[in-house]
Design a protein around this ligand. Structure first.
Ligand SMILES: NC(=O)C1=CN([C@@H]2O[C@H](COP(=O)(O)OP(=O)(O)OC[C@H]3O[C@@H](n4cnc5c(N)ncnc54)[C@H](O)[C@@H]3O)[C@@H](O)[C@H]2O)C=CC1
Ligand SMILES: NCC(=O)COP(=O)(O)O
Length: 337
Protein backbone atom coordinates (compact mmCIF):
# COMPACT_ATOMS: atom_id res chain seq x y z
CA UNK A 1 0.00 0.00 0.00
CA UNK A 2 1.30 3.46 -0.91
CA UNK A 3 2.16 5.84 1.93
CA UNK A 4 -0.46 8.49 2.61
CA UNK A 5 -0.11 12.16 1.70
CA UNK A 6 0.68 14.51 4.59
CA UNK A 7 -1.78 17.41 4.71
CA UNK A 8 -0.89 20.34 6.95
CA UNK A 9 -4.03 21.97 8.26
CA UNK A 10 -2.95 25.57 7.61
CA UNK A 11 -4.28 28.48 9.65
CA UNK A 12 -6.97 26.80 11.76
CA UNK A 13 -9.06 29.97 11.72
CA UNK A 14 -9.27 29.68 7.95
CA UNK A 15 -10.92 27.08 5.73
CA UNK A 16 -8.15 24.47 5.89
CA UNK A 17 -10.05 22.19 8.31
CA UNK A 18 -13.31 22.78 6.41
CA UNK A 19 -11.94 21.72 3.02
CA UNK A 20 -9.97 18.81 4.49
CA UNK A 21 -13.18 17.44 6.05
CA UNK A 22 -15.10 18.03 2.82
CA UNK A 23 -12.41 16.32 0.74
CA UNK A 24 -12.47 13.28 3.03
CA UNK A 25 -16.26 13.02 2.65
CA UNK A 26 -15.76 12.97 -1.14
CA UNK A 27 -12.86 10.48 -1.01
CA UNK A 28 -14.63 7.62 -2.77
CA UNK A 29 -16.63 9.66 -5.23
CA UNK A 30 -13.50 11.62 -6.26
CA UNK A 31 -11.19 8.56 -5.97
CA UNK A 32 -8.80 10.48 -3.75
CA UNK A 33 -5.41 9.20 -2.67
CA UNK A 34 -5.18 8.46 1.05
CA UNK A 35 -4.11 11.39 3.21
CA UNK A 36 -3.70 12.22 6.87
CA UNK A 37 -4.22 15.59 8.46
CA UNK A 38 -1.55 17.08 10.72
CA UNK A 39 -3.80 18.93 13.11
CA UNK A 40 -5.15 19.42 16.63
CA UNK A 41 -7.74 16.62 16.69
CA UNK A 42 -10.05 18.49 19.09
CA UNK A 43 -10.09 21.49 16.80
CA UNK A 44 -10.98 19.33 13.80
CA UNK A 45 -13.75 17.65 15.82
CA UNK A 46 -15.07 21.06 16.87
CA UNK A 47 -15.02 22.29 13.27
CA UNK A 48 -16.82 19.16 12.05
CA UNK A 49 -19.51 19.71 14.70
CA UNK A 50 -19.79 23.39 13.76
CA UNK A 51 -20.19 22.43 10.10
CA UNK A 52 -22.67 19.68 10.98
CA UNK A 53 -20.72 16.99 9.13
CA UNK A 54 -20.40 13.46 10.42
CA UNK A 55 -16.75 12.62 9.90
CA UNK A 56 -15.20 9.95 12.11
CA UNK A 57 -11.71 11.02 13.19
CA UNK A 58 -9.01 8.60 14.22
CA UNK A 59 -5.66 9.36 15.76
CA UNK A 60 -3.16 7.82 13.37
CA UNK A 61 0.47 7.35 12.63
CA UNK A 62 1.79 8.13 9.14
CA UNK A 63 2.27 4.39 8.71
CA UNK A 64 -1.31 3.27 9.45
CA UNK A 65 -3.06 6.32 7.94
CA UNK A 66 -3.58 4.76 4.51
CA UNK A 67 -5.32 1.75 6.09
CA UNK A 68 -7.55 3.95 8.27
CA UNK A 69 -8.43 6.39 5.46
CA UNK A 70 -11.39 4.45 4.04
CA UNK A 71 -13.26 4.47 7.37
CA UNK A 72 -12.09 7.58 9.20
CA UNK A 73 -10.11 10.76 8.61
CA UNK A 74 -6.66 9.98 10.03
CA UNK A 75 -5.30 12.72 12.28
CA UNK A 76 -1.61 12.78 13.11
CA UNK A 77 -1.78 15.03 16.15
CA UNK A 78 0.28 18.15 16.78
CA UNK A 79 2.10 18.83 20.03
CA UNK A 80 0.74 22.38 20.08
CA UNK A 81 -2.92 22.94 20.85
CA UNK A 82 -5.00 25.26 18.70
CA UNK A 83 -8.15 27.15 19.39
CA UNK A 84 -11.17 26.87 17.08
CA UNK A 85 -12.20 30.40 16.19
CA UNK A 86 -13.13 30.43 12.51
CA UNK A 87 -12.59 33.82 10.90
CA UNK A 88 -10.40 35.10 13.74
CA UNK A 89 -6.70 34.62 12.99
CA UNK A 90 -4.77 34.17 16.21
CA UNK A 91 -1.02 34.49 16.78
CA UNK A 92 -1.39 31.86 19.54
CA UNK A 93 -2.26 29.26 16.88
CA UNK A 94 0.93 29.98 14.92
CA UNK A 95 3.13 27.42 16.69
CA UNK A 96 0.82 24.56 15.69
CA UNK A 97 0.52 25.89 12.13
CA UNK A 98 4.31 25.95 11.76
CA UNK A 99 4.70 22.56 13.49
CA UNK A 100 2.33 20.97 10.96
CA UNK A 101 4.42 22.21 8.02
CA UNK A 102 7.71 21.18 9.61
CA UNK A 103 6.36 17.75 10.49
CA UNK A 104 4.95 17.23 6.98
CA UNK A 105 8.38 17.96 5.54
CA UNK A 106 10.20 15.72 8.03
CA UNK A 107 7.80 12.82 7.40
CA UNK A 108 8.06 13.18 3.63
CA UNK A 109 11.84 13.40 3.64
CA UNK A 110 11.92 10.28 5.82
CA UNK A 111 9.70 8.42 3.33
CA UNK A 112 6.88 8.15 5.91
CA UNK A 113 4.56 10.32 3.80
CA UNK A 114 4.25 10.31 0.04
CA UNK A 115 4.14 14.07 -0.53
CA UNK A 116 3.05 17.27 1.17
CA UNK A 117 -0.20 19.12 0.61
CA UNK A 118 -0.49 22.34 2.56
CA UNK A 119 -3.73 24.06 3.50
CA UNK A 120 -3.52 27.87 3.39
CA UNK A 121 -1.77 30.00 5.96
CA UNK A 122 -2.31 33.67 6.63
CA UNK A 123 1.01 35.37 6.83
CA UNK A 124 0.21 38.11 9.36
CA UNK A 125 -0.50 35.97 12.48
CA UNK A 126 2.62 33.97 11.70
CA UNK A 127 4.73 37.13 11.39
CA UNK A 128 3.28 38.31 14.72
CA UNK A 129 4.53 35.06 16.25
CA UNK A 130 8.02 35.60 14.80
CA UNK A 131 7.79 33.58 11.57
CA UNK A 132 10.47 34.91 9.24
CA UNK A 133 9.39 33.61 5.84
CA UNK A 134 7.10 35.33 3.33
CA UNK A 135 5.08 32.13 2.77
CA UNK A 136 5.17 28.33 2.51
CA UNK A 137 7.27 28.44 -0.65
CA UNK A 138 10.22 30.17 0.98
CA UNK A 139 9.83 28.22 4.27
CA UNK A 140 9.80 24.89 2.46
CA UNK A 141 12.91 25.90 0.52
CA UNK A 142 14.59 26.74 3.82
CA UNK A 143 13.66 23.36 5.33
CA UNK A 144 14.81 21.58 2.17
CA UNK A 145 18.09 23.51 2.23
CA UNK A 146 18.70 22.50 5.85
CA UNK A 147 18.16 18.89 4.88
CA UNK A 148 20.34 18.99 1.76
CA UNK A 149 23.07 21.27 3.11
CA UNK A 150 22.84 23.80 0.29
CA UNK A 151 20.51 26.61 -0.72
CA UNK A 152 17.44 25.64 -2.70
CA UNK A 153 15.68 27.94 -5.18
CA UNK A 154 11.96 27.27 -4.93
CA UNK A 155 9.75 27.91 -7.94
CA UNK A 156 6.03 28.60 -7.56
CA UNK A 157 3.82 27.19 -10.28
CA UNK A 158 0.07 27.63 -10.49
CA UNK A 159 -1.03 24.58 -12.45
CA UNK A 160 -4.54 24.25 -13.84
CA UNK A 161 -6.21 22.53 -16.77
CA UNK A 162 -6.09 25.73 -18.85
CA UNK A 163 -2.83 27.32 -17.76
CA UNK A 164 0.46 26.74 -15.96
CA UNK A 165 1.88 30.04 -14.75
CA UNK A 166 5.14 30.66 -12.91
CA UNK A 167 6.03 33.96 -11.20
CA UNK A 168 9.80 34.62 -11.17
CA UNK A 169 9.51 36.97 -8.20
CA UNK A 170 6.99 35.85 -5.59
CA UNK A 171 6.09 37.52 -2.32
CA UNK A 172 7.68 40.95 -2.75
CA UNK A 173 6.26 44.42 -3.10
CA UNK A 174 5.66 45.48 -6.68
CA UNK A 175 8.00 48.45 -6.34
CA UNK A 176 10.87 46.06 -5.50
CA UNK A 177 10.38 43.84 -8.57
CA UNK A 178 12.56 45.72 -11.11
CA UNK A 179 15.52 45.78 -8.72
CA UNK A 180 15.23 42.12 -7.71
CA UNK A 181 14.63 40.76 -11.20
CA UNK A 182 17.83 39.69 -12.92
CA UNK A 183 18.81 37.48 -15.81
CA UNK A 184 20.30 34.74 -13.62
CA UNK A 185 17.11 34.42 -11.56
CA UNK A 186 14.96 34.22 -14.69
CA UNK A 187 17.30 31.57 -16.09
CA UNK A 188 17.20 29.51 -12.89
CA UNK A 189 13.41 29.64 -12.66
CA UNK A 190 13.03 28.67 -16.34
CA UNK A 191 15.50 25.79 -16.08
CA UNK A 192 13.77 24.38 -12.98
CA UNK A 193 10.39 24.76 -14.69
CA UNK A 194 11.53 23.08 -17.91
CA UNK A 195 13.07 20.20 -15.97
CA UNK A 196 9.95 19.68 -13.85
CA UNK A 197 7.67 19.80 -16.90
CA UNK A 198 9.75 17.01 -18.41
CA UNK A 199 10.37 14.83 -15.38
CA UNK A 200 7.17 15.30 -13.40
CA UNK A 201 4.53 16.52 -15.87
CA UNK A 202 5.53 14.18 -18.71
CA UNK A 203 6.08 16.88 -21.35
CA UNK A 204 8.99 15.77 -23.54
CA UNK A 205 9.86 19.17 -25.03
CA UNK A 206 8.39 21.88 -22.82
CA UNK A 207 7.60 25.23 -24.44
CA UNK A 208 8.07 28.30 -22.25
CA UNK A 209 6.45 31.65 -23.02
CA UNK A 210 8.31 34.34 -21.13
CA UNK A 211 6.52 37.58 -20.33
CA UNK A 212 8.12 40.98 -20.39
CA UNK A 213 7.97 43.15 -17.31
CA UNK A 214 6.62 46.34 -18.86
CA UNK A 215 3.60 47.17 -21.00
CA UNK A 216 4.13 45.87 -24.56
CA UNK A 217 7.30 44.14 -23.32
CA UNK A 218 8.89 47.57 -23.10
CA UNK A 219 7.97 48.69 -26.65
CA UNK A 220 11.59 48.52 -27.77
CA UNK A 221 12.90 50.20 -24.63
CA UNK A 222 10.58 53.21 -24.75
CA UNK A 223 8.43 51.87 -21.86
CA UNK A 224 11.19 50.46 -19.69
CA UNK A 225 14.54 48.83 -20.34
CA UNK A 226 14.20 45.62 -18.28
CA UNK A 227 12.67 43.61 -21.11
CA UNK A 228 15.70 44.14 -23.35
CA UNK A 229 18.41 44.32 -20.68
CA UNK A 230 17.22 41.60 -18.27
CA UNK A 231 14.64 39.31 -19.90
CA UNK A 232 15.88 38.99 -23.48
CA UNK A 233 19.39 37.73 -22.56
CA UNK A 234 17.75 35.01 -20.44
CA UNK A 235 15.58 33.91 -23.37
CA UNK A 236 18.60 33.83 -25.70
CA UNK A 237 20.62 31.74 -23.23
CA UNK A 238 17.75 29.29 -22.75
CA UNK A 239 17.39 28.89 -26.50
CA UNK A 240 21.13 28.29 -26.83
CA UNK A 241 20.74 25.53 -24.22
CA UNK A 242 18.06 23.90 -26.36
CA UNK A 243 15.09 24.98 -24.25
CA UNK A 244 12.08 26.04 -26.32
CA UNK A 245 11.68 29.54 -24.88
CA UNK A 246 10.07 32.62 -26.46
CA UNK A 247 10.01 36.19 -25.25
CA UNK A 248 9.95 38.73 -23.87
CA UNK A 249 6.26 38.69 -24.82
CA UNK A 250 3.69 41.39 -24.06
CA UNK A 251 1.88 39.90 -21.05
CA UNK A 252 -1.52 41.30 -22.00
CA UNK A 253 -1.81 39.02 -25.05
CA UNK A 254 -0.30 35.87 -23.54
CA UNK A 255 -3.34 34.40 -21.84
CA UNK A 256 -6.15 34.14 -24.39
CA UNK A 257 -6.96 30.63 -25.61
CA UNK A 258 -5.03 30.71 -28.90
CA UNK A 259 -1.93 32.08 -27.18
CA UNK A 260 -2.13 29.48 -24.40
CA UNK A 261 -2.18 26.72 -27.00
CA UNK A 262 1.38 27.68 -28.02
CA UNK A 263 3.12 26.98 -24.69
CA UNK A 264 3.24 24.64 -21.71
CA UNK A 265 4.06 27.24 -19.07
CA UNK A 266 3.93 31.02 -18.91
CA UNK A 267 6.89 32.50 -17.08
CA UNK A 268 5.82 35.76 -15.48
CA UNK A 269 7.89 38.47 -13.88
CA UNK A 270 5.84 39.08 -10.73
CA UNK A 271 3.18 37.48 -8.53
CA UNK A 272 0.01 39.02 -9.95
CA UNK A 273 1.13 38.76 -13.59
CA UNK A 274 0.97 34.98 -13.08
CA UNK A 275 -1.71 34.55 -10.43
CA UNK A 276 -4.39 36.80 -11.90
CA UNK A 277 -4.71 34.79 -15.14
CA UNK A 278 -4.24 31.49 -13.24
CA UNK A 279 -7.02 32.18 -10.73
CA UNK A 280 -9.28 33.81 -13.33
CA UNK A 281 -9.06 30.78 -15.61
CA UNK A 282 -9.24 28.17 -12.86
CA UNK A 283 -9.93 29.34 -9.31
CA UNK A 284 -11.60 26.05 -8.41
CA UNK A 285 -9.19 23.64 -10.03
CA UNK A 286 -5.76 25.27 -10.10
CA UNK A 287 -3.06 24.03 -7.77
CA UNK A 288 -0.07 25.81 -6.30
CA UNK A 289 2.97 23.55 -6.77
CA UNK A 290 6.46 24.25 -5.50
CA UNK A 291 9.12 23.05 -7.94
CA UNK A 292 12.80 22.66 -7.16
CA UNK A 293 12.33 20.88 -3.81
CA UNK A 294 13.56 17.40 -2.90
CA UNK A 295 9.92 16.42 -2.26
CA UNK A 296 6.52 17.06 -3.84
CA UNK A 297 4.50 19.92 -2.39
CA UNK A 298 1.12 21.10 -3.64
CA UNK A 299 -1.52 23.38 -2.17
CA UNK A 300 -4.92 24.72 -3.15
CA UNK A 301 -4.60 27.99 -5.06
CA UNK A 302 -6.84 29.91 -2.67
CA UNK A 303 -6.07 31.47 0.69
CA UNK A 304 -7.52 31.15 4.17
CA UNK A 305 -10.89 32.68 3.25
CA UNK A 306 -11.54 33.89 6.80
CA UNK A 307 -14.84 35.39 5.62
CA UNK A 308 -16.37 31.93 5.11
CA UNK A 309 -14.43 29.69 7.53
CA UNK A 310 -16.73 27.45 9.56
CA UNK A 311 -19.77 28.41 7.45
CA UNK A 312 -19.96 25.37 5.16
CA UNK A 313 -19.46 27.55 2.06
CA UNK A 314 -15.84 26.62 1.37
CA UNK A 315 -15.44 24.53 -1.78
CA UNK A 316 -12.92 21.67 -1.52
CA UNK A 317 -12.31 21.54 -5.29
CA UNK A 318 -8.85 23.11 -5.31
CA UNK A 319 -7.70 20.96 -2.36
CA UNK A 320 -9.00 17.90 -4.21
CA UNK A 321 -7.03 18.97 -7.29
CA UNK A 322 -3.97 19.49 -5.06
CA UNK A 323 -4.30 16.00 -3.53
CA UNK A 324 -4.60 14.41 -6.97
CA UNK A 325 -1.70 16.36 -8.43
CA UNK A 326 0.53 15.56 -5.43
CA UNK A 327 -0.20 11.86 -5.91
CA UNK A 328 0.51 12.06 -9.66
CA UNK A 329 3.74 14.04 -9.26
CA UNK A 330 4.96 11.69 -6.52
CA UNK A 331 4.35 8.73 -8.84
CA UNK A 332 6.17 10.40 -11.72
CA UNK A 333 9.05 11.29 -9.44
CA UNK A 334 9.34 7.71 -8.24
CA UNK A 335 9.29 6.39 -11.79
CA UNK A 336 11.99 8.90 -12.82
CA UNK A 337 14.43 7.76 -10.12
N1 LIG B 1 -1.11 28.75 0.05
C1 LIG B 1 -1.38 29.66 0.96
O1 LIG B 1 -1.02 29.47 2.11
C2 LIG B 1 -2.10 30.92 0.58
C3 LIG B 1 -2.41 31.81 1.58
N2 LIG B 1 -3.05 32.98 1.28
C4 LIG B 1 -3.36 33.84 2.43
O2 LIG B 1 -4.76 33.83 2.63
C5 LIG B 1 -5.16 35.06 3.24
C6 LIG B 1 -6.42 35.58 2.57
O3 LIG B 1 -6.14 35.85 1.21
P1 LIG B 1 -7.18 36.42 0.17
O4 LIG B 1 -6.42 37.24 -0.78
O5 LIG B 1 -8.36 37.02 0.86
O6 LIG B 1 -7.65 35.19 -0.70
P2 LIG B 1 -8.62 33.99 -0.37
O7 LIG B 1 -8.39 33.00 -1.45
O8 LIG B 1 -8.48 33.53 1.02
O9 LIG B 1 -10.11 34.58 -0.53
C7 LIG B 1 -10.52 35.33 -1.66
C8 LIG B 1 -12.04 35.16 -1.85
O10 LIG B 1 -12.29 33.87 -2.38
C9 LIG B 1 -13.17 33.13 -1.51
N3 LIG B 1 -12.67 31.77 -1.45
C10 LIG B 1 -11.37 31.38 -1.26
N4 LIG B 1 -11.31 30.06 -1.23
C11 LIG B 1 -12.54 29.58 -1.39
C12 LIG B 1 -13.10 28.27 -1.43
N5 LIG B 1 -12.35 27.16 -1.31
N6 LIG B 1 -14.44 28.13 -1.60
C13 LIG B 1 -15.21 29.22 -1.74
N7 LIG B 1 -14.74 30.50 -1.72
C14 LIG B 1 -13.42 30.67 -1.53
C15 LIG B 1 -13.09 33.82 -0.15
O11 LIG B 1 -14.24 33.60 0.59
C16 LIG B 1 -12.83 35.26 -0.55
O12 LIG B 1 -14.06 35.89 -0.82
C17 LIG B 1 -3.96 35.99 3.14
O13 LIG B 1 -3.41 36.11 4.41
C18 LIG B 1 -2.99 35.28 2.22
O14 LIG B 1 -1.65 35.48 2.57
C19 LIG B 1 -3.43 33.30 0.01
C20 LIG B 1 -3.16 32.43 -1.01
C21 LIG B 1 -2.50 31.17 -0.80
N1 LIG C 1 -0.62 33.90 -3.54
C1 LIG C 1 -0.01 32.65 -3.37
C2 LIG C 1 0.39 32.47 -2.00
O1 LIG C 1 0.42 33.38 -1.21
C3 LIG C 1 0.78 31.11 -1.60
O2 LIG C 1 2.05 31.16 -1.16
P1 LIG C 1 2.71 29.98 -0.38
O3 LIG C 1 2.23 30.10 1.03
O4 LIG C 1 2.30 28.73 -1.05
O5 LIG C 1 4.14 30.28 -0.53
Amino acid sequence: MKAALAVSSGDPSGIGPDVALAAWILREHMRLPAFFLLADAELVAARAARLGVNVPLEIATPENAATIFGEALPIVPLKHRQSDQPGVPLAENAAGTIEAIEEAVALTLAGRARAIVTCPIAKKPLYEAGFKFPGHTEFLAHLAGEHLGYAVTPVMMLAGPLLRAVPVTIHIALNKVPAVLDTVTILTVCRITALALKSQFGIANPRLAIAGLNPHAGEGGSMGIEDEVTVRPAVETLRAEGIDARGPLPADTMFHADARATYDAAICMYHDQALIPAKTLGFDDSVNVTLGLPFVRTSPDHGTAFDIAGSGRAKPDSLIAALRLADELATNRTLAT
